[in-house]
Design a protein around this ligand. Structure first.
Ligand code: ATP
Length: 642
């Protein structure tokens, strides 16, 4: 190695990750792991399911969640450094992609979001195209990604697309969590060889379940884990010899990775009553291999390598710049708008149902007239429009959840910030919500013969539009907190149910129980302002004949508003609309705060990882260079469980 490392060398020493569970107390997921990853090399992390592969990757990438505690040291080029934007990329197990976009669109949008504004649009396009080719996706460029119910690109192509979008900024460190899961051996090979071709100058760490022999040959180093402990770390090619030396030679014509995993998989010991090694329980086999590894030359070599990398140091990673806030907001608005127009579940289904409902409302309340009965009919129709037509926004929830998943992945990987997402999401939804409120609104309003005058209709449409936007924002808030379809729909429906009940229509304001229902729910419910605004819009200035008391008994709209609907007459309908707009802004602000808080929590986690590493660096600096190997002292902040 040269005097200063070019690229990223990652080292970890005595790395522990522990979780506290109610049932079993502290559980160590990773137990004192030591290893390294170097530039232009591909490190494979292998082991049976649940051995801690994803946890190791998460710990190295600073993505562990707060339920875990971590100790030990993780250094980048021998320094404590934060993995900032553009220096590393993480491809998760699941492909969270916008199903409606084509491969080309997905990569182009991603390039525009991630690459700096100093680059011309044509340059960004060129990089996108080149990366698509590098990942062998040129034949699928114009195919939609696809998702539930819509067939799109294959699973292998999705995996390659996920990688493609993460390497646009040419990150020096790439984490891949099971890039081949769910793929057949041919697809796995294409994915892994595509990744392997990207390794020049780049450090790649991939967790992988069961690679074929061909895929296995692509690995430089292998980290084999069992229950969070290292069974083997070293050159992949030397692993066969390590197993053979310990009495577990790989049978002729058997895939080495199959052999390793079979030998150390204890999950099915009870079913087969014996371990795989000729009757020896697998637990014993694993202990034997772990002890053998710890006393082997290979282990000392790993420690030497770690110490040497730390001693050599290397460049401090520079944060890359990405597109500025305005560009990101515009690109996100455009991308989200394309997605909304192509996803039938987002608005089109609702639009069709709203038109059907508007026609039904129009025929049921056709030409309501101006007798006393029409007072009730106008009230009922307003209540139905404000309550039900806004309530149906819950139908778009699955699409909101998909949006949130894509945002969370991209935000975690540093593609763009929370505010740009909120702006993009809000701006893109406005034309669609306008459409689905305006057209059904026109149909219902004019068929029912509501109050004449363009201004009255515009007010009706504005209240409907703002109310729908409020419910959209409410459901986005729910999607940010409860990212589960069923639970989210139930939560959103429950919140709206409460707001409808306390809005002053289904029980008049004077009759609402004072505690909780009147104070504060009545005043918090957006329905209150929507009902009252629409009532004022509909009744003010009209006269109604009361048939029961004869044709001469006339009631003014103002009397009806005051006595029948108990509307607050001290302020105009425009104030109700302004309050609705205020609630909309408040909900969007809350949405921003929720996702921003989540982002901050993740960053705080990263920062706490850095602090741990820092402490360890200082300890290590004291002990180096006298004995690079034995100077590696870790800082534990948790009691280790052996
Ligand atoms: N936050 C957590 N709380 C409790 N247990 C956890 C947590 N995270 C991980 N675990 C447990 O730690 C072990 C390792 O999990 P991890 O996801 O790292 O395994 P893995 O090797 O990636 O598994 P697989 O190959 O099945 O994805 C598992 O037994 C898992 O249940």
């Amino acid at each position: 190695m040269g005097s200063k490392t070019r690229g990223v060398s990652l080292t970890w020493n005595d790395l522990w990750v522990t979780v506290s569970t109610r049932k079993s107390g502290n559980k160590s997921i990773l137990q004192g792991l030591t290893g390294y990853a170097r530039p232009s090399e591909l490190l494979a992390v292998m082991g049976p399911s649940g051995c801690g592969k994803s946890t190791l990757l998460d710990a190295l990438a600073g993505r562990l969640d707060f339920s875990t505690r971590q100790s030990g040291e993780i250094l980048i080029n021998g320094h404590k450094q934060k993995l900032s934007y553009g220096t590393s990329a993480y491809v998760t197990q699941d492909d969270t992609l916008l199903a409606t976009l084509t491969v080309k669109e997905a990569v182009y949008y991603s390039a525009q979001l991630q690459l700096p504004d100093s680059m011309k649009k044509s340059e960004k396009k060129q990089i996108a195209e080149q990366t698509i080719k590098e990942m062998g996706l040129q034949d699928a460029m114009n195919t939609r990604i696809g998702g539930y119910g819509t067939k799109g690109i294959s699973g292998g192509e999705k995996r390659r697309l996920s990688v493609c979008m993460e390497i646009l900024t040419r990150p020096k460190l790439l984490f891949l969590d099971e890039p081949t899961s769910g793929l057949d051996s041919a697809a796995s090979y294409y994915v892994m060889s595509g990744i392997s071709r990207q390794r020049e100058g780049r450090t790649i760490i991939a967790s992988i379940h069961q690679p074929s022999a061909e895929v296995f040959n692509l690995f430089h180093n292998l980290c084999l884990l069992s229950s969070g402990r290292t069974v083997y770390f070293g050159p992949a090619s030397a692993a066969i010899e390590f197993f053979a030396r310990n009495g577990f030679p790989c049978p002729h014509l058997q895939n080495p990775s199959d052999h390793f995993l079979k030998t150390i998989n204890k999950d099915f010991d009870e079913d087969i009553e014996q371990g795989s090694a000729g009757g020896q329980p697998t637990e014993e086999v694993i202990d034997l291999l772990i002890n053998s590894y710890k006393s082997s030359e290979g282990y000392h070599e790993v420690q030497n390598q770690v110490a040497e990398i730390c001693h050599q140091g290397g460049e401090m990673l520079q944060k890359r710049s990405h597109a500025n806030f305005t560009t990101q907001s515009l690109v996100l608005t455009r991308r989200s708008s394309v997605n909304m127009s192509r996803d039938p579940g987002y608005y089109w289904m609702r639009f069709a149902v709203y038109v059907g409902i508007a026609l039904s409302l129009g025929s049921i309340y056709y030409n309501v007239g101006s007798n006393y009965r029409s007072v009730e009919e106008r009230g009922l129709m307003v209540a139905f429009v404000v309550s039900f037509m806004t309530f149906m926004t819950v139908g778009g929830f699955p699409s909101f959840v998909e949006d949130m998943k894509v945002f969370q992945r991209e935000n975690l990987n540093g593609h763009y910030g929370c505010f740009a997402f909120v702006i993009g999401n809000t701006l893109s939804s406005i034309p669609y919500v306008l459409l689905i409120s305006l057209i059904p609104g026109v149909i219902a309003y004019f068929l029912a013969g509501f109050q004449n005058g363009f201004g009255h209709f515009i007010y009706f449409a504005l209240v409907l539009f703002t109310s729908m936007m409020v419910v959209e924002s409410l459901m986005m808030n729910v999607a940010a907190i409860v990212p589960n379809f069923l639970m989210g729909i139930v939560t959103g429906a429950g919140i709206q149910g409460l707001q409808i009940l306390s809005g002053g229509y289904f029980q008049l304001p004077s009759e609402l129980p004072k505690a909780i229902w009147k104070y504060p729910l009545y005043y918090m419910s957006f329905h209150k302002y929507a009902y009252q605004g629409m009532f004022k819009n509909e009744f003010e200035g009209l006269k109604f004949t009361d048939d029961m008391f004869g044709k001469n008994h006339i009631m003014s709209g103002e009397d009806i508003l005051r006595d029948r609907w108990q509307a607050e007459m001290g302020y105009s309908k425009w104030v109700d609309l302004v309050i609705l707009v205020g609630i909309l802004i408040l909900y969007r602000l809350v949405f921003f705060l929720i996702i921003k808080t989540k982002e901050k929590v993740v960053h705080a986690r990263k920062a706490s990882t850095s602090i741990l590493s820092n402490r360890s660096t200082q300890i290590m600096a004291k002990s180096l260079p006298a004995s690079p190997l034995h100077g590696l002292t870790s800082s534990h902040d948790i009691p280790h469980q052996q």
